[in-house]
Design a protein around this ligand. Structure first.
Ligand code: NAD
Length: 362
């Protein structure tokens, strides 16, 4: 029976419309192969929404998202809106989307495709074969804990304060997401904290241990965050799935991303308790190359694959899209950002056409 899904597309700004249109073509091709049917609806976000409505996230957009099975976002922002006050800037649209959909889990894979091993700043033998998923808690921890602010001490000195706080239930729900993701991967989960110093981390470790008892198929380990940062650079292949809090995850997911060396290749997903999740590339709107048919659409296409795997439970379709990406790279096709000697450089649209051909052959 045909499975129908309603997907909200948020192209946003800069290269957003170019790369999302490639991903939509790929999804259409996957639909006919896997008996899926898409109902796409488009919403405004970021600078495009500010220009049209004065707001970075109009309420109609949030409503569209809430009534869909998944949201595919491209990127927001650009110099035209940089002068606006914080709450009216394009970035406020992203934050509003995450809080509006209660997306508490951020998934950032760092997979090093062997064809791009030379793009990594680390030695090939260290990074070749790296396949890590960082699961970061997104709505708690030190970025949101109270009290926060800049206060005066009794002696009149200024004192800046943030509070790292997690409730047991916040830890439990991110631990469950991470354990379930580890089940879909190699079955190993490393929880990262600073339990030797921080009380909040001691609770984190206790709760993760407790929740993991319900997942006997998962091998759980723990690392302190300083050691985890070191290990990610020293021997990244030891990791499968990592789960950590908001601040540590912010830093570790960027380290993991740099292992791959190529920002145009990195997808991400943000998930809540129930549907819909938001699936988007890690990179920004690349205003320097917008409208020039130079953008690399692969992070967006791989985000569509994440949507199929983690948002819609269609792992076979996801795998075929990922294999199409591998095949196109194997055949030597590159966009400008990942170009190297002896390869053939393509624009965004032509890369999309090669992907469609590769998908048809799967
Ligand atoms: P960026 O990721 O947009 O670009 C950094 C560099 O990488 C640029 O040289 C760009 O051309 C290149 N690049 C990025 N994605 C590419 C792709 N798919 N193909 C080819 N090259 C690519 O980061 P930035 O320049 O710091 O920010 C530009 C705008 O994007 C800013 O307004 C920023 O606020 C916004 N931004 C948005 C998001 C998001 O939507 N999630 C994330 C980061 C930055």
């Amino acid at each position: 029976m045909t499975q129908k899904y309603r997907i909200t597309l948020l192209p946003g700004d800069g290269i957003g419309p170019e790369i999302i249109s490639v991903a939509v073509d790929i999804l259409q091709a996957a639909a006919s192969k896997f008996d899926l049917e898409w109902e796409f609806q488009e919403g405004l976000i970021g600078g495009a929404a500010i220009d049209e409505t004065g707001k970075p996230l109009p309420s109609e957009t949030l409503d569209l998202c809430r009534h869909s099975d998944a949201v595919m976002l491209a990127a927001i922002g650009g110099p035209a809106w940089d002068g606006l006050p914080g709450h009216r800037r394009p970035e406020a649209g992203l934050l509003g989307l995450r809080s509006g959909l209660e997306l508490f889990a951020n998934l950032r894979p760092a997979t090093l495709l062997p064809q791009l091993a030379n793009a990594s700043p680390l030695k090939r033998e260290i990074v070749s074969g790296v396949d890590i998923m960082v699961v970061r808690e997104l709505t708690g921890g030190v970025y949101f804990g109270e009290p926060k602010g800049i206060f005066q001490t009794e002696t009149g000195e200024k004192r800046g304060v943030n509070t790292m706080a997690y409730t047991a239930s916040e830890i439990d729900r991110i631990a469950k997401v991470a354990l379930e993701i580890a089940q879909k991967r190699q079955g190993r989960l490393c929880s990262v904290d600073k339990a030797n110093v921080l009380s909040v981390s001691q609770l984190w470790r206790d709760r993760v241990e407790k929740i993991a008892q319900d997942y006997p198929d998962i091998t759980l380990s723990h690392l302190y965050v300083d050691n985890a940062a070191m290990q990610l650079v020293r021997a990244p292949k030891q990791f499968d799935t990592i789960v950590t809090g908001n601040l540590f995850g912010d830093i570790l997911s960027d380290i993991a991303a740099m292992l791959t060396g190529s920002i145009g290749m990195l997808p991400s997903a943000s998930l809540g308790e129930s549907k819909p999740g938001v699936f988007e590339p890690v990179h920004g709107s690349a205003p320097d190359i917008a409208g020039q048919d130079q953008a690399n659409p692969l992070a967006q296409v791989l985000s569509a694959a994440m949507m199929l795997r983690y948002g819609l439970d269609q792992p076979q379709a996801a795998s075929q899209i990922e294999q199409a990406v591998t095949q196109v790279l194997d055949a030597g096709y590159r966009t400008g950002d990942i170009m190297s000697e002896g390869m053939q450089q393509l624009g965004c649209k032509a890369m999309g056409e090669k992907l469609l051909e590769a998908l048809a052959q799967q």
